[in-house]
Design a protein around this ligand. Sequence first.
Ligand code: AMP
Length: 409
Amino acid sequence: MITVKDLNDIRGKNVYVRVDFNVPQKNGVIRDTNRIVAALPTIRELVKKGGRLILMSHLGKIKWKEPDPEKIEAMKKANDMAPVAKALQEPLPEAKVHFCPVTRGEALKEAVSSLKDGEVLLVQNTRYEKGEEKNDPALSAEWAALADCYVMDAFGSAHRAHASTVGVPSILKEQGKPVALGYLMIKEVEHLGKCVEPTAEDRPYVAVLGGFKVSDKIKVIDSLLRKCDKILIGGAMAYTFKKALGEEVGCSPVEDDQLDYARRCYEEANGRLLLPVDSIITDKFEDDGSGRTILTKEGGIPEGFEGVDIGPKTAELYKSELMKARLVFWNGPMGVFEQKDFQAGTIAICEAVRALKGKAFTVCGGGDSASAAKEFGYKDDFSHVSTGGGASLEMIEKDGHLPGVDVLR
Ligand code: AMP
């Protein structure tokens, strides 16, 4: 695979860069510019080399199944890319950033042809096109026709075979044009690659899995069982496992259709899959503080209560397992980390990672775990914090393969 470093002859050429600018925003106010900052090394390098950059990204969701055209228009308006162009200009004083408010047609072609060497054009949200998520060949061809070469730097979208992530590069590759990985992608592929293929030095390899649904993570649990020495389970998904093993779980969230899977998984793990030995439980989960009962409970959870975090004994147990590790992969919070009373379990995992600094390679697999690590001030303690939650899980599950990467091989 070639990388952005290998693209030398690009002065005056149109470089299509798929970035992940799917930033958290509301009414045009961007809450977190992390994803923009993460793409800067690639953008700066291409600007320095005199390329004419066409940046494309999706932003939020547009539900094309919605029959009411007015509602579609409202979704488009809510996910307009224009504020992102402004946010990109700030840290990029060396290049003029233009914005193209449409995704197709003459206006886009004109915007591209007016670009000067070392300038940047951010194109409107790729999801304004119905064909983007369907990898529509006509749409891919129209976008590919704008470009002389392609750089993939959107790790968070690399698990999706869409027009902008797979359609465009496959056409350009067929035409013999260069298709390359950007800096952010290089780092993600290299660091997550360790979690995909651990070496003897990476043992013990410990994975921590939490979050809400077992069904979302089934395939990754199967895959991790083949790769890891221990898997520590927390979050709401722990209660599906516990119920499957015959424990009382009160009104904790449980996926009843996953009980057989959970039982089989636990048995096959043969002691390598650890479940919480105690939980923080509450009788009023919706209530944001006042008047609820919060208890620590070992074993089963009584009727009327639900588990909302791992308990202190489990936190200690998981910490001691983590302290033996040489490689750690973490995805999914241990509890409802958005509420102060239920953060301790997730913080305990972060504390263990901090204590492992310099002793183990620690990877935070993006999504909510990355938000938690950042919010609690532990982000810099990880060897790597992935920018893609879904993509990092899929990369592990598929043994290193992602559609948006495979197409560049
Ligand atoms: P996921 O997207 O699958 O990683 O799930 C993250 C979400 O799971 C977060 O919003 C957490 O609040 C939630 N979560 C974690 N543990 C629990 C729990 N015990 N009960 C309810 N929600 C939980």
